[in-house]
Design a protein around this ligand. Structure first.
Ligand SMILES: [Zn+2]
Length: 359
């Protein structure tokens, strides 16, 4: 419940239940951030800082390497699924069990039980991940206190079903405009049809062959797709404008500038009269060849997977910190009314991270 202090002596599975019973829909994280701050300030081996409802705790042991464990403390809206419920088979049900209070519980357990880690540690707990990007607490900390996020490698404990997911693809959305000349459709030859002028764009899209580049051993899958088209004035008018909305999902061996240059080149001779960037979030390199990342993968086992969607690992990447997703929840169960997590996986995640950080 929201007025009980967090008990970091509970194992990560029981602590997950306590966190789930502490509601924290996006925008209402303050009580949980307060409880996390209070619990961490009781740990003498950590220095604790706070910015808004974002809490950052660090060891200062003077190790050559620093690793960041990060997680968001907000959830999507509750759907009659709080408080949590634990089944006899170890399934814990409730809003945020999977995404991502199980991961936050693992962070808190490592913070409480590993006072002398083999690398310096930074724990980041941030708000507003499940809402628009400008509210994202990790972004706010990166802007206000970038030094709090300095490190050699970051693990985001977002649900990844106990698999290491490296890097993430970038996403660029552009509006491709064609222009024509209006005329009465009874005398169509007097005008010029902007929708017909979009045909070369569509043909180019249909024929496009996306790359599958392998980076740090992970195969990414690019995609260039029309995601919208608009045009037309009235049922008896030759249209003078058409806009094709195109989304380019690109692998992390391209910079934002290179991705945009590629899109311009693809449509260079397609009669586009205007190209407008509607939205752009850069990709993140997996960075799995970094020694800290390699040691992490060695310790937690399994085969790393590429991340196709965009995640906060890209924020770390833009700060020069290679980052991966590694969390106990199954991502397919996130945001669902029947959201749940296998508590055995939470305990396994806790153990694997502890053995990596104490080896
Ligand atoms: Zn999440």
């Amino acid at each position: 419940m929201a007025d009980t202090p967090l008990d970091l002596t509970l194992d990560a599975a029981r602590l997950t239940a306590q966190l789930v019973d502490f509601p924290s829909e996006s925008g209402t994280e303050k009580p949980l951030a307060d409880a996390i701050e209070t619990a961490l300030r009781n740990l003498p081996h950590l220095t604790v800082d706070r910015h808004g409802n974002n809490v950052v705790a660090r060891t200062r042991l003077g190790h050559a390497e620093r690793v960041i464990l990060a997680g968001h403390i907000d959830t999507v809206p509750i759907a009659d699924n709080v408080p949590s419920r634990l089944d006899a088979d170890g399934t814990l049900w409730g809003c945020g069990t999977c995404d991502m209070k199980a991961g936050v519980a693992v962070q808190l357990r490592i913070a409480a039980t590993v006072p002398a880690p083999n690398r310096d540690l930074t724990f980041v707990f941030y708000d507003n991940e499940e809402v628009s990007a400008d509210l994202n607490g990790l972004g706010h900390v990166a802007d206000a206190h970038p030094e709090w996020l300095e490190g050699d490698f970051a693990v985001l404990l977002e649900p990844s079903d106990g698999q290491v997911e490296g890097g993430c693809q970038g996403t660029l959305r552009v509006l491709l405009k064609t222009t024509g000349e209006r005329a009465h459709s009874a005398r169509g030859w007097m005008g010029s049809n902007a929708i017909h002028a979009a045909a070369p764009i569509l043909a180019r899209l249909a024929a496009y062959e996306p790359r599958h580049p392998v980076i740090d051993g992970l195969e990414y899958r690019e995609g260039l797709n029309a995601v919208g088209i608009s045009g037309g004035v009235a049922g008896n008018v030759i249209p003078d404008e058409c806009v094709v909305t195109v989304n380019f999902r690109y692998a992390p061996d391209r910079t934002e500038e290179e991705a945009l240059a590629h899109v311009r080149e693809v449509f260079a001779d397609c009669g586009v009269t205007d190209l407008v960037v509607d939205d752009h979030s850069g990709a993140a390199l997996p960075g799995l060849s970094h020694p800290a990342a390699a040691a992490f993968i060695e310790a937690v086992g399994g085969t790393p997977q590429p991340k196709y969607g965009w995640t906060d690992v890209a924020r770390f990447s833009s700060l020069g910190v290679p980052a991966v997703n590694y969390g106990p929840g199954n991502p397919h169960l996130a945001h669902r009314r029947d959201e749940r997590v296998d508590t055995a996986k939470i305990l396994a995640g806790e153990e694997r991270l502890r053995s990596w950080l104490t080896a």
